[in-house]
Ligand binder design. Structure first.
Ligand code: NAG
Ligand code: NAG
Ligand code: NAG
Ligand code: NAG
Length: 363
């Protein structure tokens, strides 16, 4: 028995020692790495205790559609190296709609490559050694998300994150046939057709803070279904629930049907109510805009003009989707509710007569 007990003790000792031995190479490695590593063949890995830092002076950036965004990133070493070093810079991003992190830009020395949708509209600013700032041009609605600036020097690899948001407007949208007729893909398409994109949770949340109150659940970019409540009431999921953005959770993307929250931002061009002596049916309205060298405005364009250009007009007008709406920034009697907003008459029969809102690109 005692022999075996000793064996067990030895075995334990052995395990403890080998466990330690298993752990030790990493310790030795980092020691080795920091103090002795000096491979001249492998372009300048001689960190000798030097530490790489990467940071952004501005971890969240706001811009508008069509605008530019400067995503700051710089890196430096401590202690400072005696000779200049060549680090590799990589920017990658995850869309606010979710999905995988994908590469956007890689750069090493003078070499530079951009990928995918960003090709041709990104530059790496190199104003000083260690500057890895990314400049994005001609921003699109779906460029919002999390951008990562990663710097690699030999075995050192550090990164920092910058969030890009667009200033804009979130609007609820329903299918012409009424409430809850949109699948997720239908919702995506509906927003695009109205010059907008599926809203993200962050965008809906910001609109809720600004007072958006909507009693119908709508799709968001991440495939969840939610609705913003600022004034809870019984018919809207219960009066006793606190105000907030209410969540139906992630729905099956195909069978379920809801409304949608679309997002639009600054518009190039202008939206206007067409001065006309007569009211028009939908086809006449479309032609009237064309005759004015414009096109009938889309819902997202009307919201954008309301939000960014302060469009205020107490006349109902046709829009491209066959709905009739009007934008109010200065609420007054006989122009709808007491809050500013885009008022909707839904989708009247196309032979009904109304005014029309047109959209023209500035020239
Ligand atoms: C590493 O190499 C550099 C030059 O390549 C030399 O100046 C330095 O002394 C070396 N460091 C060690 C720890 O060998
Ligand atoms: C964006 O940047 C480009 C050049 O990088 C410049 O020509 C353009 O005027 C800028 N646009 C805005 C809206 O600042
Ligand atoms: C983003 O929007 C642009 C323009 O609307 C479109 O061409 C592009 O395919 C969109 N990208 C993604 C990832 O949806
Ligand atoms: C609108 O009126 C024109 C005649 O001015 C007619 O030809 C057209 O069919 C009408 N369209 C609709 C949708 O009622």
């Amino acid at each position: 028995m005692s022999c075996c007990f000793q064996t067990v003790l030895l075995l334990i000792a052995h395990l403890v020692l080998s466990g330690w031995a298993l752990a030790s190479p990493t310790i030795q490695n980092s020691f080795f790495y920091h103090v002795y590593l000096n491979e001249s063949s492998n372009k300048g890995i001689h960190f000798s205790g030097m530490k790489l830092h990467v940071d952004s002076a501005q971890p969240s950036v706001f811009s508008v559609r069509g605008g530019n965004a400067t995503l700051q990133c710089k890196f430096w070493y401590e202690p400072e190296p005696s000779s200049p070093r060549e680090a590799r810079v990589k920017w990658s991003w995850v869309s606010a709609a979710g999905g995988h992190e994908t590469d956007l830009v890689v750069a090493a020395g003078p070499r530079f490559r951009s990928f995918g949708d960003f090709r041709g509209r990104v530059q790496l600013r190199r104003d000083f050694p260690g500057d890895a700032t990314l400049v994005l041009n001609k921003l699109q609605l779906n460029d919002t998300g999390r951008y990562r600036c990663a710097v690699v020097d030999g075995l050192e690899d550090q990164s920092t994150v910058v969030h890009l948001e667009l200033q804009g407007v979130v609007f609820p949208y329903q299918h012409p046939r009424g409430r809850y007729h949109l699948s997720f893909l239908g919702a995506q398409q509906a927003c695009e057709e109205q010059d907008s994109t599926l809203a993200t949770f962050t965008q809906l949340f910001r609109s809720w803070k600004e007072g958006l109150n909507w009693c119908n659940a709508g799709w968001l970019a991440d495939g969840t279904v939610q609705y913003p409540m600022t004034r809870p009431r019984e018919s809207c999921g219960g009066a006793r629930l606190p105000p907030g953005v209410r969540h139906y959770g992630r729905q099956h993307l195909y069978p379920n049907r809801y409304d949608v929250f679309c997002f639009s931002s600054l518009l190039q061009g202008k939206v206007y109510y067409l001065q006309s002596s007569r009211k028009m049916n939908l086809t006449e309205a479309q032609h009237a805009c064309q005759d004015d060298r414009a096109e009938i405005a889309k819902v997202g364009q009307l919201y954008s003009a309301w939000k960014f250009a302060g469009l205020d007009r107490c006349d109902a007008g046709w829009l491209a989707d066959g709905s009739v709406r009007y934008p109010i920034t200065r609420p007054r009697k006989s122009c709808g509710p007491s809050e500013p907003g885009v008022r909707s008459f839904g989708f009247p029969p196309p032979q009904h007569k109304h005014g029309v809102y047109c959209y023209k690109l500035d020239t």
